[in-house]
Design a protein around this ligand. Structure first.
Ligand code: ADP
Ligand code: MG
Length: 447
């Protein structure tokens, strides 16, 4: 055990590795603020200044921290966080867990929140069966269907159910885009320790009990990635592990996919999701309205569901827009209001210029706070996040320089960059925030 108060000889090598693994912003904002305060067996205990820090580190940087600890090879294998001034370890305890369950799942994507209709009842039953009995009769499970029809929702529902009901099973959920980026990052580097990370990456994916890959179509045209995936796939199947894949097309229509992968995929069971019919659309709208704690009159639901051929994401977006308009104008939900809200969107789509005021108004409306909250100085969590989202959207949607964005929001240039980077990182790891940002963007763009 190290002498209390001086853990630098253990912690400095970890810091060095961390510097290579995280963005400079994350490093200077979070990692540099951590203070090593103790060693407890195989754990290093790090003190964070606030609870928010601890949450961010646990939610976003924990995997990197573990990676750095292993690479530093200083006799430590994990870490715990303690918030300055509080007693006991927090956040990443309990540490006895053998592995981290995925943090990239949207907790709202559950079977309970999924509306079953004629368009998706088979695939729903198959997905539920996989969640109840992984590596049973549906393995691999291949789900395909057009965009916005519920593939991600359903396969994350499998993950969410297993994580809560069978916590001993290791679930990995990844988009094929993320898988591709990781593999490619590793392949084209000459740095030995990054190559080393490659084998750890391989081990990581091959250690899954359930591997879920979303939007597999992105690996077409990428031979080396397909090769890597092929081996992962075979090894997992040979070990009797479950694989779930989603795609926007069936395997036979993915011409750039290697034949042997296509054969593997087709060797399992293929299920398609179709667009919902009118009744299912109504049921979905009711469920979504309930989630938003809104009562929407039947005639408005009918109006929204009338247009056939829509995907569920569009349907949900329309509902959000109408509810938003009703709150904005403080008018009850009616067909007239809905028609207005949506026709505005149709007739003006894309033409109207987006202004800082539009963005601030949309963000404030979405989070039920005021414009002054956004421009003010409150440090409350409920205000800070919307304010940062506002910065992010202004950077994304406006073509004005950062300094002007700063002036509009009464913030300096560094704060704007920090907020932009933070939200862009959060969007990557937190589906809920990604969806909020997307919804607000659609409101602003009047899509
Ligand atoms: P995909 O991955 O097929 O593009 P998503 O799973 O992202 O589609 O679904 C888009 C949105 O529609 C999500 O918010 C999801 O919750 C919702 N959704 C889709 N199908 C259903 C359904 N049957 N019941 C409830 N919500 C659904
Ligand atoms: Mg999807």
């Amino acid at each position: 055990m190290a002498e209390k108060g001086n853990f630098d000889f253990i912690y400095n090598p970890i810091l060095e590795k961390m510097r290579e693994l995280v963005t400079p912003i994350n490093y200077s904002t979070y990692i540099e603020k951590l203070v090593p305060v103790d060693i407890d067996g195989r754990f290093i205990i790090l003190e964070t200044p606030t609870e928010l820090f601890a949450k961010y580190i646990t939610g976003v940087l924990a995997d990197k921290m573990r990676e750095a600890i292993i690479k530093a090879d200083v006799g430590i294998s994990d870490f715990r966080l303690v918030v300055e001034g509080s007693e006991g370890y927090s956040y990443n305890a309990p540490t006895e867990e053998k592995f981290e369950q995925p943090s990239n799942l949207n907790p709202k994507y559950t079977f309970e929140n999924f509306v079953v209709g004629k368009n998706n009842d088979f695939v729903y039953a198959a997905a539920l069966s996989v969640a109840e009995d992984p590596a049973g009769i549906y393995n691999p499970l291949f789900i395909y269907g057009g965009t916005g029809l519920g593939k991600t929702h359903l396969i994350q529902a499998i993950a969410n159910k297993i994580v809560t009901e069978k916590p001993d099973l290791k679930v990995i959920y990844v988009t094929s885009e993320q898988f591709t980026n990781e593999i490619i990052d590793n392949m084209f580097t000459r740095k030995p320790d990054v190559r080393d990370k490659g084998s750890r990456l391989r081990q990581y994916y091959r250690s899954a009990d359930i591997l879920i890959v979303d939007d597999i179509q992105f690996i077409k045209n990428k031979k080396a990635v397909q090769e890597e995936f092929f081996h992962t796939f075979n090894e997992l199947v040979a070990k009797g592990k479950q694989i779930v894949i989603s795609s926007d097309q069936p395997p036979k229509d993915l011409p750039d996919l290697e034949e042997r992968l296509r054969t593997r995929f087709s060797g399992g069971l293929l299920f398609d999701i179709l667009p919902p019919n009118f009744e299912t659309k109504i049921a979905i709208l009711k469920k979504k309205a309930l989630e938003k704690k809104c009562i929407v009159p039947d005639e408005v639901l009918n109006f929204l569901a009338q247009d056939s051929g829509d995907d569920v994401r569009t349907l949900e977006g329309r509902l959000a827009k109408v509810i938003f308009a009703s709150k904005l104008h403080e008018e009850p939900l009616s067909i007239a209001l809905a028609r207005n809200a949506l026709s505005e969107a149709i007739s003006e789509g894309g033409k109207e210029e987006i202004t800082p005021a539009n963005i601030i108004g949309a963000v404030a409306g979405y989070f039920h706070i005021t414009k002054n909250d956004i421009l003010g100085k409150s440090k409350k969590k409920e205000i800070v996040l919307p304010r940062q989202i506002c910065c992010y959207l202004m950077c994304e949607l406006l073509t004005i320089p950062l300094d002007s964005t700063g002036k509009e929001l009464g913030r300096d240039h560094t704060t704007i960059i920090y907020s932009r980077n933070k939200i862009s990182e959060l969007c990557r790891v937190n589906d809920k925030i990604a969806k909020d940002v997307d919804d607000i963007k659609n409101i602003i763009l009047k899509k």
